[in-house]
Design a protein around this ligand. Structure first.
Ligand SMILES: *Cc1c(COP(=O)(O)O)cnc(C)c1O
Length: 363
């Protein structure tokens, strides 16, 4: 039996992307954490990212970090989602660094670290405008003052996150706030910060343009090294590979059908009232991949002339009228994935993961 649907992962392309990003950042004194949450930290992919030369790993979920430790990865791992108060023991035991914004949680992390005779390192998240996590700039000095008093905690530095909730673009001005805060903390409190962590893939564009404020010395990159895309800035990163992940699914029906359903319209399988434009009789294909298998809106057909019309739990319906070749039952269709698509198919138990290495490795 061949596995379908399956996610084909080209490990060399991921290694290539990682090495390119690491090289660009290194030239400007910026270290790179490889973010593994986008693909549930699958070990083969983690290995490719490590071979690409990242300085550490980062993930949003302790479950993934525990799996990585179990699989024998001993490299420093940063926890990217601010820790739950109820989970601090696990955090200090298995992650080296966590990002934080609540002093209550930081105190609890300190207590937990002392209990196992360790110091837990943290990055204090500052909200410079995206309004996801982080303390507001006016509270930074007070918070840092409280943190440096804690025995079990080592404050590595400040971090920020953008382009996630508010869609705010990283720019010289908002990232420079971190640099200025770092200077203020040094002059007012005599505290030297090692790390200024300036965001994820959406911050890469500033590095490319040479506009990253001096002093930002870490990025936490996921999307860029996996997909070679930068959703926040709405671009394919043209010096990276965009097709390291390809989803393949099998065609189970091909028929010419009208473009508007026949009969009175009620609700679809998900309670929505569907609408259809009448464009006449169209050639349609159904593939064995539905909403239960992964996030349909996160898929992009590779072959030109094929569009996704929609899906139910188990069937995806495609318009193949303009396809360049004749598509038959039993054929496989290929799809690229965007970040949401990758999130869903990588954790889908219905999608088999297959790893490939191509001869793409150039330099
Ligand atoms: C997910 C995440 C990242 C990585 O973002 P990408 O856009 O995938 O590069 C970085 N930092 C934090 C805090 C995150 O949650």
């Amino acid at each position: 039996m061949s596995f379908s649907p399956r996610l084909e992962v080209d490990l060399d392309k991921i290694k290539y992307n990682t090495a390119k990003i690491v090289q660009l950042c290194q030239e400007q004194g910026i270290s790179v954490l490889g973010v593994t949450k986008g693909f549930t930290a699958i070990p083969q992919i983690v290995t490719a990212i490590l071979e690409g030369g990242v300085d550490g790993l980062a993930d949003a979920r302790m479950e993934n970090i525990l799996e990585l430790r179990k699989a024998g990865f001993s490299i420093p791992i940063t926890l990217l989602r601010i820790p739950r108060l109820s989970n601090v023991e696990t955090v200090v035991k298995y992650s080296n660094v966590s990002v934080n914004s609540e002093i209550t949680v930081i105190q609890a992390l300190g207590q937990a670290a002392l209990k196992i005779g360790a110091k837990h390192h943290i990055i204090l998240m500052v909200d410079v405008g995206d309004l996801r996590e982080g303390i507001l700039t006016e509270h930074v000095l007070d918070t840092v003052q409280a943190i440096v008093k804690l025995d079990g905690i080592a404050l590595d530095g400040l971090g920020t996150n953008m382009g996630c909730f508010g869609g705010i673009l990283p720019e010289y001005n908002n990232l420079n706030i971190l640099v200025q805060l770092g200077k203020l903390i040094e002059s007012k409190l005599g505290v030297n910060l090692e790390v200024l962590s300036g965001g994820g893939t959406s911050s890469l564009l500033l590095v490319e343009k040479g506009e990253m404020p001096r002093g930002i010395n870490q990025l936490r990159i996921g999307e860029g090294l996996l997909l070679g895309t930068d959703t926040t800035n709405n671009r394919n990163i043209d010096w990276l590979q965009n097709d390291a992940f390809i989803l393949k699914a099998e065609v189970i029906e091909v028929k010419a059908k009208p473009s508007v359903p026949i009969g009175n319209i009620g609700r679809d399988a998900f309670g929505n009232i569907p609408e259809f434009a009448d464009v006449g009789i169209r050639n349609r294909a159904i593939v064995a991949f539905g909403k239960q298998d992964g996030y349909i809106e996160g898929l992009i057909p590779v072959e030109p002339g094929i569009t996704i019309l929609g899906a139910s739990s188990d069937h995806m319906i495609l318009d193949i009228t303009e396809a360049a070749r004749k598509i038959r039952v039993g054929d496989e269709l290929a799809f690229r994935v965007n970040y949401s698509g990758l999130l869903s198919v990588s954790q889908s138990r219905y999608v088999k993961k297959v790893f490939r290495k191509e001869l793409l490795w150039l330099n």
